[in-house]
Ligand binder design. Structure first.
Ligand SMILES: [Zn+2]
Length: 321
C-alpha cells in the first residue's frame, strides 16, 4: 500500500479560491473559500490553532475537496492551519515565536507585536468579518486524551440569540457530548462574544490521527453545513445518532506548579466526589498536590505528559447538572 490520505483526497474544487491572510513580519495564513452558486450563509472553519492537533487539520482538506459549488447555498471559508509555525515545529499548544497559547490570545491585544497577537488580530479582521457561523477544530494536542466533544457558549456576555443558534447547531452534529462553556479568550468564544454563533469541536488527541477520526470530523462539518442550509444532505445522512448529553457543571484543573504528573483516571471514566484524579510531584518526588473530584462526574479529558508546567491543563471533568 502506497496511498496516503492526501492521495485519496481529490484535488480542491476549481471554484476554491486560495487567499493569503497577511501577518506583519511573519508568513501569511492560507485560507480557502468556496462560494456556492446560490446565495446563503457564510460558514468559517478554522483548524490548527494548536499546531499538533491533526484530525481537524486533515478533515478540513478532505472536506474542502468534497465541496461542489454548483449545489451549495452560501459559502465556506476554511483555514486548515492557523498556527503554521506551531504546526511545522510541533509546538505543544503555543506559537513558537512567543511561547503563547494562541487560543488564549483573543481578543487580540492591539498594542502587542507578539506573533500570537498579530494572528489573533488577523483572524478577527479577515475571518470574523461576514461570518454567519464559525467552528474551530481542535484535537487535544500531543499531551491529552479526550472524549470527542463540542464546546458551546453559555455566558451572558454572549447575545442570547447567538447562544441559541450555537446550541441548536451543536445538537445537529453527531458528537455525543456538548459542554457549556464560559470561556472568553478563545478564537471561537470571542467570535461568539462579537455576535457570531460559534462552536469548538474536539476530536483526536495525543498528536496522532486516524482516517476514521478524520472521516468523523468531515461528517460533523457536513452536518453543520447542512444545518446552515449550505449543503443539502439526505435526512438519513447522520445515521443512528446517540443522544447528545450536555455538561453544564465543569472543572478544568490546571497544574499549580511545574512538576511530574501522574493521572489516575482516563477519558470517559465516571468518578465520585473526592476520588483522586491524579497527583503532581516535584522532581525530588515530593507530593505537590493531589487532585480530587469536587462532585460526581465524568472525565472529559486528561493530560498524559509526565512533565507539566505551571498552568498546564491536567484533567477536566463535568456533569449534566
Ligand atoms: Zn486545541
Amino acid at each position: 500500500m502506497s496511498t496516503t490520505l492526501f492521495d485519496k483526497i481529490s484535488e480542491l474544487p476549481k471554484s476554491c479560491i486560495q487567499t493569503e491572510i497577511p501577518i506583519s513580519g511573519f508568513e501569511p495564513i492560507t485560507a480557502y473559500t468556496v462560494k456556492g452558486k446560490h446565495s446563503g450563509k457564510h460558514l468559517v472553519i478554522t483548524a490548527g490553532v494548536h499546531g499538533c492537533e491533526y484530525v481537524g487539520i486533515l478533515a478540513l482538506y478532505a472536506f474542502l475537496s468534497e465541496l461542489d459549488a454548483d449545489s451549495m447555498h452560501g459559502s465556506i471559508t476554511a483555514v486548515p492551519i492557523v498556527n503554521t509555525s506551531g504546526f511545522f515545529t510541533g509546538s505543544k499548544q503555543t506559537v513558537p515565536e512567543d511561547g503563547i497559547n494562541l487560543n488564549r490570545a483573543f481578543p487580540a491585544d492591539r498594542s502587542s507585536t507578539d506573533k500570537s497577537a498579530l494572528i489573533a488580530r488577523a483572524v478577527q479582521k479577515h475571518l470574523y468579518k461576514g461570518a454567519d457561523f464559525l467552528i474551530d477544530l481542535h484535537s487535544a494536542d500531543i499531551n491529552e486524551k479526550i472524549t470527542p466533544l463540542l464546546f458551546f457558549p453559555v455566558d451572558e456576555i454572549v447575545d442570547e440569540s447567538v447562544r441559541q443558534k450555537a446550541k441548536a447547531a451543536a445538537e445537529k452534529i453527531s458528537v455525543s457530548l456538548r459542554v457549556a462553556s464560559r470561556a472568553k479568550n478563545g478564537l471561537y468564544s470571542y467570535a461568539a462574544i462579537t455576535g457570531i454563533p460559534s462552536l469548538l469541536l474536539e476530536r483526536g488527541g495525543m498528536g496522532v490521527w486516524s482516517e476514521s477520526e478524520v472521516s468523523e470530523c468531515v461528517k460533523n462539518l457536513k452536518e453543520l453545513a447542512a444545518h446552515l442550509s449550505i449543503l443539502d444532505l439526505p435526512d438519513t445522512y447522520s445515521g443512528e445518532k446517540t443522544a447528545q448529553r450536555e455538561f453544564t457543571k465543569n472543572v478544568y484543573d490546571e497544574a499549580c506548579d511545574s512538576g511530574l504528573w501522574f493521572p489516575l483516571v482516563h477519558e470517559g471514566q465516571k468518578v465520585k466526589k473526592g476520588d483522586v484524579l491524579g497527583k503532581l510531584y516535584t522532581a525530588q518526588k515530593v507530593l505537590i498536590k493531589e487532585y480530587t473530584a469536587e462532585f460526581d462526574a465524568e472525565i472529559m479529558y486528561f493530560t498524559l505528559s509526565l512533565g507539566v508546567s505551571k498552568g498546564d491543563p491536567l484533567v477536566a471533568y463535568g456533569a449534566e447538572s
